[in-house]
Design a binder for this molecule. Structure first.
Ligand SMILES: *Cc1c(COP(=O)(O)O)cnc(C)c1O
Length: 227
């Protein structure tokens, strides 16, 4: 078993000191590792790949709250809509419509985070500021068209760089955008309340910058073979 329970305890303590939650990123890791962390008390797990997510959902305890992270294809939403708690990687209006439709078919309402492009790398997914405005405006102008989703916040990934100042600046930018969009579109702060940022390498900086939800994988489960 490769799960690092002392690191988990430490992470829980640090996150709690900031009033933040921890999503354990379990992509590529076996169900047995997830169960080990579950038994230590963890309930939020995050996965990137739909096939893995559905297989693990079927095999593991029902009170796990599953988050979908990373890019999600519109035509795959139907496989996770019956059970997923939060979809963190919403990067288009088209995807948001698909989530609303599939959640409706399941008589559910799914929490969604809009993924914002804050890094310098162009390979990373996410909306730019203008696209964020567009999505927020569309959703708040026609809430009846989005009855089966809730916009609960923003998500972002900082650049992969040893430059701590740059990473902190990118997190700061996301935090500013978060407040701006919430205020501009009169979003309920009780609902639009989640700022998902921070991974194994940069979660402390993210918490300092106002993260409410860190997504940590390798620190808990060890290095992955594929990214
Ligand atoms: C894989 C992944 C993580 C976790 O990364 P670690 O460096 O292993 O903590 C967090 N967020 C997203 C979107 C990921 O794809």
């Amino acid at each position: 078993m490769s799960v690092n329970i002392p690191a988990y305890r430490e992470l829980c303590t640090v996150a709690a000191a900031y009033g933040a939650k921890l999503a354990a990123v379990s992509k590529t890791k076996p169900a047995s590792d997830i169960l080990a962390l579950y038994e230590a008390g963890q309930r939020i797990f995050a996965e990137n790949y739909v096939q893995e997510l559905t297989a693990k959902y079927a095999a593991l305890p029902r009170d796990i709250r599953w988050h979908s992270i990373g890019h999600l294809q519109t035509n795959k939403v139907k496989y996770i809509a019956p059970f997923v708690s939060v979809i963190q990687g919403v990067d288009s209006l088209r995807l948001l419509h698909a989530i609303n439709r599939e959640a409706g078919k399941n008589g559910r309402r799914i929490d969604c985070l809009l993924q914002i492009h804050i890094a310098t790398e162009t390979t990373k997914f996410g909306l730019d500021e203008q696209e964020l405005d567009q999505v927020a405006e569309t959703v708040t102008a026609a809430p009846e068209d989005f009855r089966h989703i809730r916009l609960t916040g923003l998500m972002g990934m900082a650049s992969f760089t040893p430059d701590q100042q740059q990473v902190a600046a990118e997190f700061g930018k996301l935090k500013t955008l978060f407040g701006k969009v919430r205020d501009r579109y009169g979003m309920d702060p009780e609902v639009f309340c989640e700022l998902s940022m921070g991974m194994s390498a940069d979660y402390r900086l993210a918490l300092e910058a106002g993260s409410t939800l860190i997504r940590v994988g390798s620190l808990l489960f060890g290095e992955r073979n594929r990214p």
